[in-house]
Design a protein around this ligand. Structure first.
Ligand code: HBI
Ligand code: FE
Length: 288
């Protein structure tokens, strides 16, 4: 069992977790109701992804051949390991930052074992199995994105040592959770946060409300985010190569420069931004 009080106040059962916070995937018993909840969520999200998700996500989702039941972790790993060397590991829920980073650095993605309840279809505070699996696993099949996720994990220890996890976490939030990408068919979603959300997926791609701004590493690290509302700004990639390339930079100077600076509010527009769309709720442009 992991040491300390981690897990207190969280929904998962941490009592049987190993030192690396993993649990046996098969140890979690799913009810018929859990499978039904999966089926409902899976159907309504797959109905939307053709229109709003990037092609890499859609292709991998179909390659996964998910059925109408909660997927089997071992079966998924059988094809995922062959594709990119990534595997999924089962965890009780959120895990400490250092442990999370270490898993990613080893090409292991922690997937929460428990399913949300039927009354939580539209909104849930902690990430559950549906978010972690449906939102995150498909892009791990893409070699460039897979490399990016490992490189992100490898940045963890330095950020911890330099008291800058907040800045590194914003990079994850605005890309892995809420990233958009420009494609031949327009802007599409690749972030797990919107891909697993019934309402934010279309909003992130189509709504005139939020800002859509070209990705810039420093800009992202300096921007606050909200965890309990739709995003006020989305950052847009031209390609996954671009976000991988960002991880090859030295982050230490960025941490030194911005760690103790106040962050930009999420709706901010800067005079230096490359704006794809200025949202209706955008704040007045300001200097960086
Ligand atoms: N644990 N299971 C899980 N999933 C996450 O996305 C996660 C986590 N622990 C820490 C964390 N995310 C973030 O704080 C890091 O990206 C910084
Ligand atoms: Fe997530």
């Amino acid at each position: 069992m992991p040491d300390g009080d981690f897990g207190k106040g969280l929904r998962g059962d941490y009592s049987r977790a190993r030192a690396d916070y993993t649990v046996e995937a098969s140890s979690h018993a799913y009810t018929d109701g859990d499978h039904e909840t999966w089926r409902t969520l899976y159907r309504r999200q797959t109905a939307q992804v053709a229109r709003y998700a990037c092609d890499e996500f859609i292709e991998a989702l179909y390659a996964l051949e998910l059925s109408d039941r909660i997927p089997d972790f071992d079966k998924v790993n059988g094809i995922l390991v062959k594709a990119t060397g990534w595997r999924i590991v089962a965890v009780p829920g959120l895990i400490p930052d250092d442990v999370f980073f270490a898993h990613l650095a080893q090409r292991q993605f922690p997937v929460t074992v428990w399913m949300r309840k039927p009354e939580e279809l539209d909104y849930i505070v902690e990430p559950d199995l549906f978010h972690d699996f449906f939102g995150h696993v498909p892009l791990l099949f893409n070699p460039v994105f897979a490399g990016y996720m490992e490189a992100y994990g490898r940045k963890g220890p330095e950020a911890l040592a330099l008291n800058s996890v907040k800045l590194l976490a914003r990079f994850y939030w605005y890309m892995v959770e809420f990233g958009l990408i420009r494609t031949a068919r327009g802007v599409r979603a690749f972030g797990a946060g919107m891909l697993s959300s019934h309402s934010e997926l279309a909003y992130s791609v189509d709504s005139p409300e939020p800002n859509r701004i070209r990705f810039d590493l420093e800009r992202v690290m300096r921007t606050d985010y909200k965890i309990d509302a739709f995003q006020e700004t989305y950052f847009v990639l031209d390609s996954f190569d671009e976000v991988f390339a960002a991880t090859q930079r030295d982050f230490a100077p960025l941490y030194a420069a911005f760690r103790d600076q106040p962050a930009f509010p999420a709706a901010t527009i800067l005079s230096t931004d490359q704006i794809i769309q200025k949202g209706r709720r955008a704040l007045a442009p300001r200097a960086a």
